[in-house]
Design a protein around this ligand. Sequence first.
Ligand code: PMP
Length: 424
Amino acid sequence: MTFEVTFDKSRQMYEKAKTLIPGGVSSPVRAIKPYPFYTASADGSKIRDLDGNEYIDYCLAYGPVILGHNHPVIKEAIKQQLDKGWLYGTPTELEVNLAEKIAGYYPSIDMLRFVSTGTESTMSALRLARGFTRKNKFIKIEGGFHGAHDAVLVKAGSGATTHGEPDSLGIPADFTKYTLQAPYNDIETMTELVEKNQDDLAAVIIEPVMGNIGPVLPLPGYLEDLRKLTQENDVLLIFDEVITGFRLAMGGAQEYFGVVPDMTTLGKIVGGGLPIGVFGGRRDIMEMISPSGPVYQAGTFSGSPCSVAAGIAMLDYLKEENIHAKLNATGDYMRTVLSEIVEDEGLDYNVCGIASMFKIFFGAEPHNYQEVLKCDKDGYLAFFHRMLASGVFLPPSQFETNFISAAHSKEDIEKTLEIYMENL
Ligand code: PMP
């Protein structure tokens, strides 16, 4: 494989960016060492940097870009909305339409509210769960990432794990004293924790598939047991489907696994690639939200018309074109061939994933955060750089999921597998 890479312009941009933006980036995980490439444009399965290098993209903006970059159908929906103005500060018919569609795909969602990011969606869902139950504590899963707000930045995955800072300065200990942790895939520890704290326990929040340390999959029966446990103890179950929503299936992980939560958070894909977040759930819970009820929540950009228009176009296209069937088959193929390569090369690695999410773990197959941490993250980073220099952009960490888009052609996939083979 010949692929001439120069990063001169990106390196220069990094030097300038560092003087203006901490770490030269707008979000920590983008800070690829020794410096990130700065993107000039992206189309379909390809992303191009300032130096003119082109990569097959499996990062896909960390999940939202499920149809590939610059998709004409989404672009047209945004353009049509732009002609009508892009921010009103009033309710719109569009948001009612999108709400109706989402509720149709997620039977657990009777009502929902739009926000602007996944972070806001989990922040609001947790406040609502606490307000509804009038209890303070919640349990999150070690390595689960629910955005960058105070209460959830404890043993959080994604960039927080990559940079070895599971906790953050600036968060008073009092703000996280109600945040309890349980290991993923361990119903015994979860049961003990739930029973011990039941009196003041509002909710369990979980990524049904752990996307920010993996993907790490639920063991058979785990999500079902968790549903039963929370129900029996009067604790709300919140599925954070910011990654899995509209990724595993139209109805997300809850459809895929057939487990029904009380509340759900969504983001990423549901905005068609524009900023969005959603939290929703049972009517009796959602009606506690202001102005219907006493739990406050608000946002200038909530239900932003372009995001909502792009989201509607996205959901309709995914459904009409039956995208998940094709994507999930590509994911299966990718995982099968990668497993063969790992085996042929005699590597002690593991290929994991589900639907159109995949990853090679540089170590044994992990079932929780502690096991993921045992993987060879430095070895993975060196591999990431070899892949980048060969024209494949993977998320720059052992702890992030690779995604496939509908724009990835058979040729892209075969070329990628060849490059994997050369670089593993
Ligand atoms: N929840 C999950 C499961 C996520 O993966 C993320 C972001 N990667 C978030 C919440 C936060 O979303 P956002 O970055 O849009 O705030």
